[in-house]
Ligand binder design. Sequence first.
Ligand SMILES: [Zn+2]
Length: 578
Amino acid sequence: MKLNAQNYPQNYFRYPLDSLPNLVSPFGGLRDNHFHSGIDLRTNGREGLPVYAAADGYITRIKIQRNGYGKAVYIEHANGFSTVYGHLQKYNGPLANWIHQYQYINKTFEFDKIFIKPFLFVKKGEIIGYSGNSGGSTGPHLHYEIRDIRTEKILNPALFGLVPKDTIAPVILKLFVYKFVTEGLLLKNEIAVSAKSCYKTDSMWVLKDMLLLSPETYGFGLETYDYIHNAWDEKGIYEISYYNNSALKFKHCLNQFAFDESKYINAHIDYPYYRIQKTRVQKCFVDDGNMFSTYTTDAQKGRFNASLQDNHMGEVIFVVKDFNQNSFKLKANYRIVSANLDQEKIAYDGKNRNKPMLIPGKAQQINAEGIKIKLDPKSLYDTVFYKLEINAPQKEMLSNEFEFHTPNTPVHAAFDIAIQAMHIPVSLHSKLLLGYSNGKSDNIRSAGGNYENGWVKGKGASFGNYSIVLDTIAPSIKWMDYKNEYDANDTLRWDFEVKDNFSGISSYKGFLNGNWILLDYDPKNQQITYRFDEVYQAVLAKYAADQTEGMLKSMDLLIILEDQKGNVREKHFEIPVW
Ligand SMILES: [Zn+2]
C-alpha cells in the first residue's frame, strides 16, 4: 500500500493541547541513537497545561519510568490507531486515582501496565493529564505519537492532517562525496552548496564544478535541514531522494518506522563525522547491516559504481522535501576519468590489510588473553577491521584495560563481553562490574555486569575501553532545604537530592512512621519527591488524636536507596509535629 494522506483519516485526531499547534521538534528529527518518534508540542516553557485525548478510545497502557517518556499514557482508538502522550507532569481524573492506588498496592512508582481488555474509556477532548517535563525530557513540552495498532509502527502525525503550516523549503548545505575503500568509507570531499559554488536555475541549484570520479565505487551524503516556523532543534528532513541520470538510486521517506529500529540513525548518518564534527550528514546509500525500513533503493543500495556507467559523463540530482512538498534540488554533473588517480585510496586500503575483520549479520567470537567477546549478528552495520589492544591497569581498574576498536564505529545490538577477574578477594566479587571509557581514563563509567566463575560478564553498547572496576559506595541523600515545598498545584511536598557515584540507583523506598510512601524519582534532577497524600494525612491524624500535652512529637521518615551493586543507604529524618 502506498502511504499517503488519503489512506489515513483526516481530522479524526485533534491536537492534544489547547493552543494552536506549535512544534518544538518534528517527527523523525535526528537525535542521539534514535529518530524522534513523535512530535513535540510547545508548552511555552511551562508545565501543567491540560492534555486532551486526541479522539475517543480506551486506555491500553500506562507507563511510568524514571527516564524515557516519564509519565506516559497510551490510548487505543476504534480506527486501528493508538495515541501516546509523554513526559506528563501528572494524570487526571479516574485515571489518576487508579494509578495512585496501583502504585500503593504494588509499592512502586515506576511500572508498565498493558491492559489486555479495554480498561478506561475516554472521550475526545477529555483531560487525561497535564503536560510536564518527566522522564528523559530536557524542558517542558508534550511528546505526542500516533501508532498503527496492527504493525506497531509509529506514524508521521502529518499523515493525519496534524501538520503545521509550513512554507519554508528545506536546504542542502553541503554535498559529501565518499569512496568505498577496504576498511569502509573514505570521505573524499565536502562541497558547500552556495551562491559561490553553484548557479541557480528555476528549479534547482547546479554545482559549477564537475565532479571528477575514477572508475570506482562512491557514495554521497547530504548536510540538509528542514525549517518549520518556530521549531528550533534537530530539523530532520521528511524525504531525501537521489537520482543518477534520472534513475532513482536512493530514497528515504519518514512516513513511519518501528520503535525498535530507531537506532539505525547511527547507520543512516556518517557516524564518525558526527562524533568528531557534531554535524549529522545523512548518507544516500545503505550499509549492509542497516535494516531501517524507510529506504527505497536500486540494487546497489544507492552506491555509485563509476566503473559500471555506460557514459563518461552524467548528472546526479539530490532532492530534499518537507511534508508540504516544499523542496530543494541540487544537481552535480560528473565525468569519469581514467583509473588509479587516487593515491590516497591506495594508501588507505593498504593500511588495514593485516587487521582482523568482523562482518555484519554474523555471530562472531573473539578470544584473547583475559577477555572474551561475542558479537550479535545485529551488532554491526558494516565490515570492521578491528583492533584489540591490552593496556596496563590505570587508577581504580582491577584488570588490564582492553581497548576494543574505536567508539567512532557505531554498534547496533550490544555485544557480550567478559573480562577475567584475577587476584580479587572473594568478598569483593559481588561489587565488581565493567567500566567503560571512550579512551580517556578519567571518564570511566559503568557498563554494568556481574562476577561469574572467574569472569566479570556484561554487555558492550559501544566500542572503546573496557576494564573491571569496583563499586562499594552507597548512594547519598540530602533533604533539600528542610522545608515543606509547594509545587505548581499547591500540593505540599518534600524534595531530596539523591546521588550515586558510579553504578546508579536501582531502588528507592520511603516509609513514614513505617508506612510505605510513594516517591517520585527524577534522575535528571537527581531528585526524589514525596507529595503529601493520604498516608501523610493518616499519620498526622494519629498525632492529632493523641492529646498528650507537653511532649515533643516527631514523625520518622526513612528513605532507603540501593545502587546496582547492592550498596545500601538508609537514612532517617526526624520531622517535628506541631
Ligand atoms: Zn518527543
